[in-house]
Design a protein around this ligand. Structure first.
Ligand code: HEM
Length: 399
């Protein structure tokens, strides 16, 4: 007999001192699925990630996350309502196609020399300066500057954009009312700013990404709010994720001096592997959630339509079926799947992977070249939580 939703094991109690990885692996030991107190089903092995991302029987969550938070209007609500990430079917295709076509590999590849130079300048300015707040001085500004330059924001306006982005993005998670109010205020400011950039480009076309995007969407199915929101999506999706991934990767490298030494010795060979391994070992994305659109059997359980289901990246990215010695941080491993799972799968797979990798690679190259003796000056940074984008703790280093 096929088991039902009620038979799915409940998540075990958290034991004091367990890391997020320990906890989720303990849950996996009870079976391939677990149910949390809210009724969300979590899946653990990599094989089930593909299953959860399959849009023949699941769909992306739309405004349901706002309903759970009791939010029915405001700037954050408007983003969720209009953005490609939280839409499905034809609406998603209408929003994704112009962005994907304009945000092509060629445009991103051309950014490499500029990103490399920016990384070198950032690192050089911090050498011999005593304790350095890695997140504030490198990991936060880098993605904000890079994506701001892609959308054509002038250098002197980037600081303000970055401040709004990192505040506004908090509104996409379940947060307390005061944080939600700040996030709403800053999301509104970001929306106004992007609208201004769009107006400037319409009045004065250039040979750049934003002009190309606006030409492509002109006369298409998207209204003005949707057009503006897809540009905001790039800024929002590309900042917090890359900041967390860079800090977590450097944190692991500094905790594993043999791996750092390998990278210093031969960056050309090891930088791409270090990036892939950093993204795998302590992933910035904790889970990928969907809603089932029809009754479906998963690992022997019969799940009804309307079930909230999320694949746990902390376990899938350490699945021993895929990765040898999965709990070991090893920048030389050769068993990463061709498409790195941390960037998702199915119709919503990340549009920014090439840019994210480029930023991570150039940042690591600048660090090992200019600051080969870099050390931690306090606890290493950690990513915490099991939700969509995990929360980053600070990290102080000496360079
Ligand atoms: C290490 C950095 C990054 C990671 C780990 C990451 C991961 C992801 C994941 C897992 C998704 C799919 C979410 C889902 O299916 O629910 C996604 C979507 C997306 N990402 Fe990224 N991302 C990163 C950086 C970036 C950057 C730099 C950009 C662009 C500047 C970007 C733009 C997007 C966009 C636009 C989507 C929505 C795609 C869609 O819904 O069709 N990401 N990302």
């Amino acid at each position: 007999m096929v088991a039902t939703l009620r038979d799915v094991p409940v998540l075990p109690d958290y034991i004091d001192g367990q890391t997020d990885h320990d906890y989720m692996h303990a849950a996996w030991a009870n079976g391939p699925l677990a149910r949390d107190r809210m009724g969300l089903i979590r899946t653990f092995p990599m094989s089930l990630m593909t299953e959860v991302m399959d849009d023949r029987w699941t769909r992306q969550i739309e405004l349901e996350s706002m309903m759970v938070a009791g939010v029915t209007d405001g700037p954050v609500y408007d983003i969720i309502d209009n953005v490609l990430l939280f839409s499905n079917g034809q609406v998603h295709r209408n929003r994704r196609a112009p962005l994907a076509k304009t945000f092509a590999h060629r445009i991103i590849g051309e950014l490499r020399p500029g990103v490399a130079a920016r990384c070198e300048r950032m690192v050089a300015a911090l050498l011999g300066q005593g304790p350095v707040d890695f997140v504030e001085r490198i990991a936060s500004p880098l993605p904000a500057h890079v994506i701001a330059s892609v959308i054509g924001a002038p250098e002197d306006e980037v600081e303000v954009v970055a401040r709004h982005v990192y505040s506004a993005i908090r509104g996409l998670s379940l947060v307390k009312d005061d944080i939600r109010a700040e996030a709403d205020r800053d999301m509104g400011a970001l929306a106004d700013y992007v609208a201004t950039l769009i107006d400037r480009r319409r009045a004065d076309a250039q040979d750049d990404f934003l002009t190309g995007f606006l030409e492509r969407v002109s006369g298409g199915p998207m209204d003005e709010a949707e057009i503006r929101t897809q540009i905001m999506a790039l800024v929002l999706a590309g900042s917090d994720t890359t900041r967390g991934a860079l800090t977590a990767t450097v944190s692991q490298l500094l905790q594993n001096p043999d791996q750092w030494a390998l990278l210093v010795e031969d960056p050309e060979t090891h930088v791409p592997g270090a990036v892939s391994e950093g993204l795998r070992y302590d992933p910035v994305i904790g889970s990928l959630a969907r809603i089932t659109t029809e009754r479906h059997e998963v690992a022997g359980y019969d799940l009804p339509a309307g079930t909230f289901i999320g694949n746990c990246m902390l376990t899938s990215l350490r699945d021993p079926e895929i990765y040898a010695d999965p709990h070991r941080f090893d920048i030389t491993r050769t068993d990463h799947p061709r498409l790195h799972p941390v960037f998702g799968g199915g119709p919503h797979r990340c549009l920014g992977e090439v840019l994210a990798r480029l930023e991570l690679e150039e940042a690591l190259k600048a660090l090992v070249r200019l600051a080969p003796g870099m050390v931690l000056d306090g606890p290493p940074a950690k990513l915490r939580g099991y939700g969509a984008t995990r929360v980053l703790s600070p990290m102080i280093v000496r360079m």
